[in-house]
Design a protein around this ligand. Structure first.
Ligand code: BES
Ligand code: ZN
Ligand code: ZN
Length: 505
């Protein structure tokens, strides 16, 4: 799909479908919609007065233009209620536009900068959100489909979307937003691809290779890979224990993005369990079917670095993950084993399925050693978080008010839902062990997301830190938003990119 912004009149563009918009409850269309309505002799107003179209977000109305303008047909898309309208409405609108184009079987579209005039959105932000919605709404994971299917899909593909804007200044800002949106959609799609790829192919070694690919000349990125022997030397015994039952050896990855001028240093750590069978504490099969997604944190770190290589923010960023596969076998770590993390903390393993926190213990110790100003981790850590917040919202846990505030703002802007849960100190005793320094399960009486976070907290020491449990939103089997199809979401790429940008504003 080719997306461009052109200075010019919307009525002058030849295309299959011209897309304008309307707020819910508006009787007399204004702005571009008003102009098109006039050119169509009030046809749009007629539909509205007959109550055939209300303007709800996700609703559309298609009218043939009968040669009155250059576009063959016109679609009016709902923006929803004015009081609920924000930048994420435009992102959703972009996703709905793809659905509209598919249902109308059209391949060339023209449209406007939605929400920029009457919706009072910044042109750059509006264009970015529209672009993200359009590209993420078109995302399909095709790698494992046969040739026949691929051919069929291609025939239906949308060829071009042209955004028409008369004001040259808005065109310039719109172009910037469009470029950034395209970049964010590409980085998110990369993360989606990595998560959607079956675990037999997305092994720890493959994850490391995918990270390594980003370290090219001019990117500002370097990548260090630690094989299991190097991990042993550094003392990452906890992560190694988790991977011991698998035929695929663990691999450690340390990406670094270094700008010419750096104002801050942030470490972003991802959970990277390439497949989580539960280990000897084997998962029931219905819980195992989706466990290829247990490296979604690391996938988002890789996606983030792809974005960083082009966004080039003035922040040094460390991307860290320890890739392992959690399998049961004669060499697997056992319930009851005690393993030592890099900083010497001993961990009693009471459930081998609570493996994420055991691998993250070493990853966080390693991150802390880079002396960052803060650590953010992304992890598909607990089923309890899905129970608490559902499938669309990630859980945020941190003691740092300013980090929390910035992450929650970035969440609103990026359209990746996040909700804060307390790092309730008195639950810390639930992870105390009788025979080791700490144990890898809580008290079993609820609050599993918080006790998992408190376990992690032990390893970050004084470094400001925020933990994001993405077990819910990293993957969906039902379409939750128009820009989110079945499968992986790439959650975190846009959130963290936006958050990092807000640190150096
Ligand atoms: N990878 C899972 C968590 C998960 C569940 C991610 C559902 C995505 C969707 C994690 O390793 C796990 O198994 N956690 C256990 C912890 C328990 C044994 C203390 C859980 O949540 O049940
Ligand atoms: Zn597990
Ligand atoms: Zn897991």
């Amino acid at each position: 799909m080719n997306l461009e912004i052109i200075q010019g009149d919307i009525l002058d563009k030849y295309c299959d479908l011209l897309v304008v918009n309307l707020f819910e409850g508006v009787a007399r269309p204004g702005g571009a919609t008003g102009v098109v309505d006039k050119a169509l002799s009030g046809e749009i107003s007629k539909y509205i007065s007959r109550k055939k179209f209300e303007g709800k977000l996700g609703e559309w109305l298609v009218i043939p233009s009968n040669g009155k303008i250059k576009a063959q047909s016109v679609a009016v898309m709902g923006l929803g209620k004015r009081e609920n309208f924000d930048v994420d409405s435009v992102r959703k609108l972009g996703g709905f536009m793809i659905k509209l184009a598919k249902s109308e079987k059209v391949s060339t579209l023209s449209t406007i900068l939605h929400g920029v005039g009457i919706g009072r959105l910044d042109a750059r932000e509006g264009a970015q959100a529209l672009t993200e919605g359009l590209f993420l709404g078109s995302y399909h994971f095709k790698a494992y489909k046969g040739a026949q299917h691929k051919k069929k899909k291609q025939e239906l593909e949308i060829k071009s979307v042209t955004v028409m804007e008369l004001d040259s200044r808005l065109c310039k800002a719109g172009q910037e937003g469009l470029n950034r949106g395209k970049l964010m959609a590409e980085a998110t799609s990369l993360a989606r691809d990595l998560v959607n790829t079956p675990s037999s192919d997305m092994t720890p070694a493959r994850l490391a290779a995918e990270a390594q690919k980003l370290a090219v000349r001019g990117s500002g990125i370097t990548c260090k890979i630690f094989d299991h022997k190097a991990m042993e030397r550094i003392g990452m015994r906890a992560a190694l224990a988790v991977g011991r039952g698998s035929l695929h050896a663990p691999v450690g990855v340390h990406l670094i993005y270094r700008p010419a001028v750096s104002k801050k240093t942030v470490a972003v750590v991802g959970k990277a369990v390439s497949f989580d069978s539960g280990g000897l504490s084997l998962k029931p099969s219905e819980h195992m079917t989706t466990m290829k997604i247990d490296m979604a944190g690391a996938a988002s770190v890789i996606g983030l670095f792809k974005a960083l290589s082009e966004l080039k923010p003035k922040i040094t960023v460390h991307g860290i993950f320890l890739a392992v596969e959690n399998m049961p076998s004669g060499s697997a770590y056992r319930p009851g084993d005690v393993v030592a993390a890099m900083d010497g903390t001993t961990i009693e393993v009471l459930n081998t399925d609570a493996e994420g926190r055991v691998t993250l213990a070493d990853a966080l110790c390693y991150a802390k050693k880079q002396k960052p100003d803060m650590i953010i981790d992304l992890a598909t850590l607990t089923g309890a978080c899905v129970v608490a917040l559902g499938e669309e919202i990630a859980g945020l846990m941190t003691d740092q008010e300013s980090i929390s505030e910035k992450l929650l703002t970035a969440s609103k802007e990026s359209g990746e839902p996040l909700w804060r849960l307390p790092l309730f100190a008195s639950y810390q005793k639930q992870v105390e062990s009788k025979i080791a320094d700490i144990k890898n399960v809580g008290g079993g009486s609820g609050g599993g997301t918080i006790t998992a976070a408190l376990f992690l907290k032990t390893f970050v020491g004084d470094t400001p830190w925020a933990h994001i449990d993405i077990a819910g939103p990293s993957y969906t089997e039902k379409e939750t938003r128009p820009d989110q199809a079945y499968g992986a979401s790439g959650y975190g790429v846009r959130l963290i990119s936006q958050f990092l940008a807000s640190l150096v504003k």
